[in-house]
Design a protein around this ligand. Structure first.
Ligand code: ARG
Ligand code: ZN
Length: 879
């Protein structure tokens, strides 16, 4: 352990800074040994605070050598400032003054991927949340907004491209083989939005004409070998610029917008002003080397980062507790963009599936926190599914409470009122209230209370009065630091179906879906109804909650084919599958003989035959709930029984519907030019899901199908699906074919690092193929890099989170393996370590033996000299 335990920082302690920074002028001399950073800052006293005398100025800075410091032109001697490993303290002599600070940093040695670092041959930065302090001494906090001018100097051959935020205002060659470029960003911004790139890069270029007629240059910069993989991202960028004008009235504000792809990156991407930096997996795509899922992800992330230009950059966060202000809102914006570009229902299904299988888990675990946390030790640990995805659900609920026109009025007011400011989630909600004349005071509990609320729904029908009543009780489990919760304001969208499956009118206007405002711990809602209806609850997943209602299997099957709400048709299918699967889990645990309820098989038969359903919907309905989602249904998770039950049902579905699955497969297996368009994506998805069922059969013909698809595939979606279906095939002939295909694939794609990442993860997520021994073997593969986050995620997280049976093998070996990797990585890259450890933090949910083993692994980690990041996660999991 470190000598001093890391301390928590509290929202309630927020205070404005004593000084503001009006202008920031930086110069970087990029070098092979070290980089010299010169900063000229103009400070002004914050006169809204009372000061008895001029307060000290404390600038934060880490991992740097202070070369010199001057104030207003006078160089300071060692006794005129204090410096330690975290800060530089100066005593100003006037209310307005200029500092001149020279520091030396070593980007080449920076493995944390925070601050300025090297990825391959290129210099790049990641400053959010607190990375700027690894570049120079500064007021590294989002409420300090400044105008930046940045000069980058570097060797002209090695770093022909030198980029920073804003517009390039000067370029010059120097005598010594170096050149320099100066950039100016006319918009005030916090340091976390600063970016710099220097490297040997090529770019593709396009233009976008904004709604007011300004022409913006768009460039995507990549290493030369990736130049053929940028077109899809460029199309996405133009689509999102247009969408933000149409839906939010937001126009881009600089003359140029740049995206740079880097291979070493902790997260997905970063919205630096005018110079977004992306993890290469989130930009690069060509039909032959990226899947449909990758194409969709790229589209969504390009849009997300672009949308931040308004929701995040023009209006930013006052402090990091407000992170969901920009992230929840921006995720909501990108989800709506995707819904408009592809299928609204399918997007909703995928988002809710993700929320339930991952965010609900987080909300029930040791790191549970409200979307606006009250305290943190390390802010990097709060870039969570809760802040992002649940945060987006909270914004979506506001959208459904005020309606889409009201929401647009609210967002207009918000952007207008706060342009150029650093604000809070309160300000966002206030704009929505003021623009719509609504009271969201109770609703705001969503920002301060953690945990997933539970709705217990019961109903009754009064034959004489012809009245149907729904009684909804809400509750929310305790979370760390919050034993009891106050009732939430929950918008519950519902509909009622009559005996024929027709929607019943619910009010005078004849509406068949209404949103109930649930505000009390228990509330009853009554409707006129001339027969007893079947309720369709939480349509469109109108709130991030769990709903209990005692549906019979017949009810669910009825809803699957009649509910006018597409999301709920899918959800009824999920409920039915969960119901059947959990019964089988109980049978397995009790040693009973297994049989799949014929009703479930018949229901799937109906889905497969339903001509009215679109292909994307059929595909979503055919996917059984994931093992992770099933695990959430159990108090003590039994990974083996879950896996066995799920495999058993998959086999039974394949057996029962073999012919239809083959028919679907054959009808969709047509060779046509690749397009990442919704219909084509749906066709490939359904085809490959059909194949994944067919390989469940002990049947050489299925292996041949997969083999033929692998040989013929002209796009990555079909190629990787064939590969993973060969790996997963039940028939013994699959093994040799899979080995052969894996070898061919690796040879073909050896030089494409992102394709190789899929090759790694596909192998280790299969329960028979992907053993711990396989993981260890692959870590030694020449295409692997033990420091690279993408590679570590594909192999280590792929295995530990995607292969539950093997990871939780009772030997405990995999727990030890993960602990070793976490400890090794923590010394290099704390952010990565504190994410990798995640599967171990859920130890309380397992049986006694596994609990002990996981706990032992956690405690061994705790014994080490830990980063703040890992310290926080480990200590909270052990609390
Ligand atoms: N703001 C980025 C986004 O678009 C995420 C960057 C966070 N980076 C980090 N190291 N915590 O969501
Ligand atoms: Zn974001």
């Amino acid at each position: 352990m470190k000598d001093a335990q890391p301390r928590a920082i509290y929202l309630k302690d927020y205070q404005q800074p004593d000084y503001w920074i009006e202008t920031t002028a930086l110069s970087f001399e990029l070098g092979e040994e070290s980089t010299l950073v010169t900063s000229t800052l103009n400070f002004k006293l914050n006169d809204t605070k009372t000061h008895a005398q001029l307060p000290e100025l404390t600038l934060v800075g880490e991992n740097m050598e202070l070369v010199s410091v001057a104030i207003d032109g006078a160089v300071l001697s060692g006794d005129q400032y204090k410096v330690d490993s975290e800060q530089l303290v100066l005593q100003p002599q006037s209310e307005a003054f200029e500092t001149y600070i020279v520091t030396r940093i070593k980007p080449q040695e920076n493995t944390s991927l925070e601050g300025l670092y090297k990825s391959g041959g290129m210099f790049c930065t990641q400053c959010e949340a607190e990375g700027f302090r690894k570049i120079t001494y500064y007021l590294d906090r989002p409420d300090v907004m400044s105008i930046f001018t940045t000069t980058v100097i570097g060797d002209k051959d090695k770093y022909p491209v030198l980029l920073s935020n804003g517009n390039a205002i000067e370029r010059k060659d120097l005598d010594d083989g170096r050149h320099m470029v100066t950039w100016n960003d006319p918009f005030k911004k916090p340091a976390y939005l600063f970016a710099l790139v220097g490297g040997n890069l090529e770019f593709i270029e396009d233009t976008f004409t904004t709604m007011s007629g300004r022409e913006v240059t768009l460039r995507i910069f990549v290493e030369p070998h990736n130049i053929t993989k940028c077109d899809h991202a460029m199309r996405s960028l133009k689509k999102s610029m247009k969408w933000d004008e149409e839906v939010y009235g937001r126009e881009y504000d600089l003359d140029i917008f740049m995206i740079v792809a880097v291979d070493d990156f902790n997260m997905g991407a970063m919205e630096n002003k005018g110079l977004n930096i992306f993890n290469s997996t989130c930009v690069l795509a060509r039909p032959d080397n990226a899947t449909d899922a990758a194409h969709e992800r790229i589209d969504a992330i390009v849009a997300h980062e672009y949308f931040h230009n308004w929701s995040g950059n023009r209006v930013t966060c006052r402090d990091w507790f407000q992170l969901s202000l920009k992230e929840g809102f921006t995720v909501f914006r990108d989800a709506e963009y995707t819904a408009d570009m592809y299928s609204r229902t399918v997007k909703r299904i995928q988002d809710v599936n993700f929320l339930r299988s991952a965010q609900f888990v987080e909300d029930a675990g040791p790191m549970a926190h409200p979307i606006r946390p009250e305290s943190f030790i390390e802010i990097s640990n709060f870039y969570t599914l809760t802040v992002y995805e649940k945060g987006a659900e909270v914004v979506r609920m506001i959208h459904s409470i005020v309606g889409s026109e009201g929401f647009r009025k609210g967002s207009d007011l918000y952007f207008d009122r706060h342009d150029g400011q650093a604000v809070t989630t309160e300000d966002f909600v206030a704009a929505m209230e003021d623009a719509n004349g609504v009271d969201l005071s109770q609703f705001k509990r969503w920002y301060s209370q953690a945990g997933t609320p539970v709705l217990d729904v019961s109903d009754s029908y009064d034959e004489d009065a012809q009245e149907y009543s729904l009684t909804i009780k809400q509750s929310c489990p305790a979370t760390p630091g919050q034993d009891t919760k106050l009732p939430f304001h929950i918008p519950v969208a519902i509909g009622l179906l009559d005996g024929e499956g027709e929607p019943m009118p619910l009010n005078g206007e004849g509406e068949t879906t209404v949103v109930l405002d649930l505000k009390e711990p228990e509330q009853t809602f009554t409707f006129k109804a001339d027969e007893r209806p079947l309720p369709s609850l939480l349509r469109g997943f109108s709130a991030p909650v769990k709903v209990n209602y005692d549906y019979s299997r017949e009810d669910l099957i009825f809803l699957m084919s009649h509910d006018e709400d597409g999301f709920n048709r899918w959800d009824s299918c999920q409920r039915l599958a969960i119901n059947v699967l959990m019964e089988l889990v109980a049978d397995i645990q009790a040693g009973r003989e297994l049989a799949v309820d014929p009703q479930l098989l018949a229901a799937y038969g109906k889905v497969l035959a339903d001509e009215s359903l679109d292909l994307a919907m059929i595909a979503e309905m055919l996917l059984l709930p994931s093992e992770t989602l099933l695990a959430e249904q159990m108090d003590v998770i039994d990974v083996d029984a879950i896996h066995q039950a799920r495999e058993f049902v998959r086999g039974a579905i394949a057996e029962a519907h073999k012919e239809r699955l083959q028919q679907i497969y054959n009808s969709l297996n047509v060779d046509k030019p690749y397009q990442a368009e919704p219909e084509d994506i749906a066709e490939r998805r359904l085809k490959n899901i059909a194949l994944s069922y067919l390989v469940e059969l002990d049947d050489a013909a299925s292996v041949e199908l997969a083999q033929a698809q692998f040989a013929a595939a002209s796009n990555m979606t079909d190629s990787i699906a064939a590969l993973s279906n060969l790996i997963g095939a039940v028939h013994e002939s699959g093994k040799a074919v899979a080995e052969q295909a894996l070898a061919e694939f690796a040879e073909k794609w050896a030089d494409d690092t992102n394709v190789m990442n899929m090759w790694f993860s596909t192998q280790v997520t299969d329960s028979r193929f992907g053993t711990l021994a396989k993981v260890r073997e692959l870590m030694e593969h020449p295409g692997f890099d033990k420091k690279n986050p993408n590679k570590m995620r594909s192999l280590v997280s792929g295995y530990c989170s995607g292969n539950l049976v093997n990871f939780h093998n009772i030997s405990g070996e995999s727990y030890e393996f993960l602990a070793d990797e976490v400890i090794r990585i923590d010394a290099l890259n704390p952010q990565l370590a504190s994410r990798l450890i995640n599967p171990l933090t859920r130890w309380k949910r397992y049986d006694e033996k596994r609990r002990e083993l996981m706990l032992a692994a956690l405690k061994r980690i705790q014994q080490q000299d830990l980063s703040k990041d890992l310290f926080e996660v480990v200590s909270k999991s052990l609390a």
